[in-house]
Design a protein around this ligand. Structure first.
Ligand SMILES: [Zn+2]
Length: 308
């Protein structure tokens, strides 16, 4: 079984400027780190993803919002909020970001590559149906989860989000579908302010795990594993997604968790094991945050090796 490393050259065209934490150097650091591990580099299938179409994005997003992003990019770009901007290349970047995750779903469901890691930007887990926020334009993983159900007849989906920020966009885009279970562990209180443990969504299909900063790494990994146990109790997913935000690592400028690369490795192995026992090994991971580029690169290498 070969794991796919999926990315797209257009993801580099979302130009936020070098003073923005979510800059193109993050993805460059990932490919640079991967080249330093020639054995792993050769073990994975390198796949250029595709662009998601406006119709595919509309599985989860408001068509008017989708058009507005395309028009804003065509007009040269602009600011959506204080943190989130659109550049002239952002439409191509954001549709490529989502498209890579759709490609990963196609490969997972067909068995071509049961597992993939998508090195994409902009990230997606804060994007709402009709509004980009928190560096995110389209909900890459949420769109892909609905796509897997619509296109591949996957009934039940599990999404695990270990980014240090609450995946408020993913929650908003999936919480009305009881057969999508969403687990998000995040720093609390922290941006974007949502994600209380009591917020279980209208169908109690949401598991929010708010955590204070500066605990020991095992406090975080144990809490996340317990929430995944609960989310999979009596619920057998057909496909598992990881929203892999590496701003959960110790030293990230935008987070206060203490997780190290070795814990990313063990969490990944645990999810691979769950995927093998629950859903034929099908697991799709997509990059979310992570703002210390060298750490993101090292974490992606360890994550990819554990997926393989
Ligand atoms: Zn984040």
């Amino acid at each position: 079984m070969r794991v796919a490393f999926i990315s797209h050259a257009d993801c580099g065209r979302h130009d936020t400027g070098w003073n923005h934490p979510e800059h193109v150097g993050r993805l460059r650091a990932v490919t640079r780190a991967l080249r330093n591990y020639p054995d792993l580099f050769q073990t994975v299938d390198h796949v250029e993803g595709r662009h998601a179409s406006a119709e595919e994005l509309a599985i989860a997003h408001d068509p008017q919002y989708i058009t507005s992003i395309e028009k804003l990019a065509d007009a040269g770009g602009g600011q959506l909020d204080n943190d989130t901007l659109v550049s002239s290349g952002s439409w191509d970047a954001a549709t490529a970001g989502t498209g890579c995750v759709l490609e990963a779903v196609d490969r997972s469901m067909s068995g071509e590559n049961l597992r993939s890691f998508c090195a994409v930007r902009p990230p997606g887990h804060h994007a709402l149906a009709n509004r980009g926020m928190g560096f995110c334009l389209f909900g890459n993983v949420a769109v892909a989860a609905h796509y897997a159900r619509a296109k591949h007849n996957a009934q039940r989906i599990l999404i695990v989000d270990w980014d240090v920020h609450h995946g408020n966009g993913t929650q908003a885009l999936v919480e009305n579908e009881p057969d999508i279970h969403f687990v998000s562990m995040h720093q609390w209180p922290w941006y974007p302010g949502t994600g209380a443990a009591e917020d279980r969504g209208p169908h109690r299909s949401i598991w929010n795990v708010p955590m204070p900063p500066a605990l020991s790494p095992s406090d975080y990994t144990d809490a996340l594993e317990r929430a995944i146990d609960s989310a999979t109790s009596g619920f057998v997913p057909d496909l598992i997604f990881i929203s892999a935000g590496f701003d959960c690592l110790a030293g990230d400028p935008l987070g206060g968790f203490t997780i190290e690369i070795e814990h990313i490795e063990s969490l990944t192995r645990s999810l691979v094991k769950r995927a093998q026992s629950l859903c034929g090994g099908r697991l799709v991971s997509s990059l979310e945050g992570g703002y210390a580029p060298d750490r993101v690169g090292a974490a992606c290498v360890a994550h990819l090796a554990a997926l393989a």
